[in-house]
Design a protein around this ligand. Structure first.
Ligand SMILES: Cc1cc2nc3c(=O)[nH]c(=O)nc-3n(C[C@H](O)[C@H](O)[C@H](O)COP(=O)(O)OP(=O)(O)OC[C@H]3O[C@@H](n4cnc5c(N)ncnc54)[C@H](O)[C@@H]3O)c2cc1C
Length: 356
């Protein structure tokens, strides 16, 4: 094994890159494993699946492409999606930063300060020994004094082909992220699910200015959500419950969602519901399989932060950042925030142990 790393970061979403920026600027010379492409998981994280990001502070709509191209190394320009058409002001492009653009900027910032990036997955760890050990899918195991886990969580989808086809064209898994975008604004929409997060998503959409009917579609005849959340949904004038129904197909015109084909789970009859968007709210799966038995997890599989306002985990020297530990806020900016915290926690730990 080669020399012991001070900080290894696992994951390449907002949490991973923010941790890398802070760790690199603190001269920890971090080594970041950015993962590989798998179903519902790609390098650059969950934001790389979306189009415009309107709520990341510091990125109001504007001539973003000119800035991105000036900041990101030329050899990665191939990864930038085309600038959206029809978003011009005074003859210049004028749009909110796209997910991949924002993530390429974060990556660039981390590279500029000396982060070393490996395009591989970590498939196993051994946190029972010192130094800590992380094992990539290919290549030798790496020893480290500190490890920041920032592997995120993936949204669960229904698994329909038609659903996949209309992602970003009317299918989303995040109302707070996407609900205010023009394709959903003031349109009839459906939320799928029956738990607290489904009710929260439906309520969020129903409370947006100019909201149309929000259909909350659930496969049973009662919600799983807590009593208070249920009352919120049942009493909201814009939320309409559709009981005993499962989505059989997402319908559309090729460009955008136009409706849903629903199967009644009791009498098996089929019906159609005209909506312009579908928000899937059937939970998330944290990317923690490779950590089983190594770190304390919450019952839902998310890593447990063992101290309030710290990114400390059950193992000394191992820190967790972003959605892999946060099953509540799940936003890019909160993930970036805890990524920064994890790097600072890591730096202080290394100084305490004399490894700085
Ligand atoms: C469609 C969609 C739209 C969204 N829109 C918005 C929005 O507009 N605004 C907003 O704030 N939030 C939005 N979000 C939520 C936001 O994307 C997440 O909260 C955020 O990306 C979480 O960041 P993270 O760094 O914790 O994890 P992630 O972004 O999930 O990144 C984790 C990374 O770790 C890698 N990884 C996983 N396992 C391993 C491993 N074993 N080894 C190495 N690497 C690994 C993955 O490949 C991935 O690159 C959206 C989410 C989705 C799905």
């Amino acid at each position: 094994m080669s020399e012991v790393e001070r900080t290894v970061i696992i994951g390449s979403g907002p949490a991973g890159w923010s941790a890398a920026i802070y760790a690199a600027r603190a001269s920890l010379h971090p080594l970041l494993f950015e993962g590989t492409t798998k179903p519902e998981m790609i390098p650059l994280g969950q934001l790389a699946f979306t189009t415009e990001v309107e709520n990341y502070a510091g990125f109001p709509a504007g001539n973003i492409r000119a800035f991105v191209e000036s900041a990101v190394d030329k050899e990665r320009h191939w990864n930038l999606p085309p600038a959206p058409k029809g978003h011009e002001r005074d003859g210049q492009p004028h749009y909110a930063v796209q997910g991949v653009e924002l993530m390429e900027l974060m990556k660039q910032q981390a590279l500029n300060f000396g982060t070393r990036v490996v395009g591989d997955d970590i498939v196993e760890v051994d946190f029972s020994q010192r130094p800590l050990v992380v094992k990539p899918a290919s290549g030798p195991a790496v020893q480290a004094h500190t490890v920041i886990v920032a592997t995120g969580a993936r949204a669960n989808y229904l698994g329909l082909e038609s659903e996949h086809m209309y992602k970003n064209k009317g299918v989303s898994a995040c109302a707070v992220c996407d609900g205010a975008l023009p394709i959903y604004r003031s349109k009839p929409l459906a939320v799928i699910g029956g738990g607290d997060s489904a009710v929260e998503e439906a309520t969020y959409l129903a409370n947006l200015q100019g909201a149309e009917t929000i259909y909350l579609i659930h496969r049973r005849d009662q919600l799983r959500a807590s009593q208070i959340m249920q009352e919120r949904a049942l009493n909201h004038p814009k939320i309409k419950l559709v009981w005993n129904s499962a989505v059989e197909e997402v319908m559309g015109d090729g460009k955008q969602v136009t409706g849903l084909k629903l199967r009644n789970t009791v009498d098996k009859s089929l019906s159609e519901l005209a909506v312009r968007g579908m928000f899937v709210a059937i939970g998330h799966t944290p990317n923690t399989d490779f950590l089983k038995g190594q770190l304390k997890m919450k019952p839902n599989g998310y890593i447990e932060w063992t101290q309030p306002f710290r990114t400390i985990t059950s193992v000394e020297g191992v820190f967790a950042a972003g959605d892999v530990a946060d099953d509540y806020y799940r936003q890019a900016i909160t993930s970036a925030g805890t990524g920064c915290m994890a790097a600072l926690d890591s730096e202080r730990y290394l100084a305490e142990k004399g490894h700085s």
